[in-house]
Design a binder for this molecule. Structure first.
Ligand code: GUN
Length: 263
């Protein structure tokens, strides 16, 4: 099923489920940036929340806020028993320690899955795995190549693919071209998350390969993924209209999970 239809069906199910709840699940999004990508993402999250019938509030804080003040704002939401979930939109302004912020969010409210004690998995990799499962993909013993080693996508994607019994290789900016080509030629599942327009283009790939394009970059021609559209593979996710939608819908699933954990 194409991602748009898959996500639409999931959202309809969630809407039905939420309408049977005693109260609306509630999410607070803290944003401390003027990043165009973040603005688009936050707008999407608020739209999804409205569609599904959950409460989502955006708390936009001044870009020159100190780390201490930001941590205090996080504490307020942590201590507010009417709030089920809290996410702090990344990136944060320079001078604010991202790790300290991630560790301050109450793990039971951390539906981004950034805190080591969070019960939730990060939304992008989890959304990818769930989608591939719905497509009937068999992971066991498959060669999975993850390009990019970010904390938000690359590392957790590798962890979740390993949990599904894939042979996982993580490649990155220091990987030599001949090694990149070697691993790609043997890959059954490729997750590319580096934010470089059409990085995956003419490398020889298996015709049976699955390409999950997490990258998103913008230039005068519009939005582009990390993979050139129309690769000769079995399945390639589009950009836009691909992984971004999976991330957003998984956030809503995690929110419902946080609500249920609290009742
Ligand atoms: N910035 C980019 N992706 C994400 C995400 O999944 N969660 C948060 N909090 N910030 C992000």
């Amino acid at each position: 099923m194409v991602i748009k239809e898959y996500v639409k069906a999931l959202k309809e199910n969630m809407k039905k489920e939420v309408s049977s709840f005693k109260r609306k699940p509630s999410l607070v999004i803290i944003q401390v940036n003027e990043d165009a990508g973040s603005n688009a993402y936050v707008k999407g999250k608020l739209k999804d929340a409205a569609e599904i019938g959950v409460d989502a509030k955006l708390l936009k804080l001044p870009i020159d806020i100190s780390e201490e003040e930001l941590l205090k704002e996080i504490d307020k939401v942590n201590n507010d028993s009417s709030v089920d979930a809290l996410i702090v939109q990344m990136p944060l302004p320079k001078g604010i320690n991202e790790e300290a912020v991630k560790l301050r969010v109450d793990p039971s409210k951390d539906i981004d899955g950034f805190h080591p004690l969070s019960k939730f998995s990060p939304c992008t990799p989890l959304g990818i795995i769930n989608y591939l499962k719905a497509e009937g993909v068999d992971f066991v013993g498959k060669n999975a190549v993850v390009i990019g080693r970010s904390n938000i996508v690359g590392k957790p994607a590798a962890k979740l693919l390993l949990k599904e019994h894939c042979n996982v290789t993580v490649l990155h900016s220091r990987t030599k071209k001949e090694d990149m080509d070697f691993y790609l030629a043997h890959a059954d599942i490729i997750v590319v998350a580096i934010g470089k327009k059409h990085f995956l283009s003419d490398q020889p790939l298996k015709k049976s390969a699955i390409v999950i394009d997490v990258g998103i970059s913008r230039d005068e021609d519009g939005l582009h993924g990390d993979a050139k559209p129309g690769l000769d593979v079995f399945l390639q996710t589009p950009v836009p209209g691909g992984v971004g939608l999976l991330t957003r819908v998984t956030l809503m699933e995690n929110l419902i999970g946080a609500y249920k954990n609290g009742i």
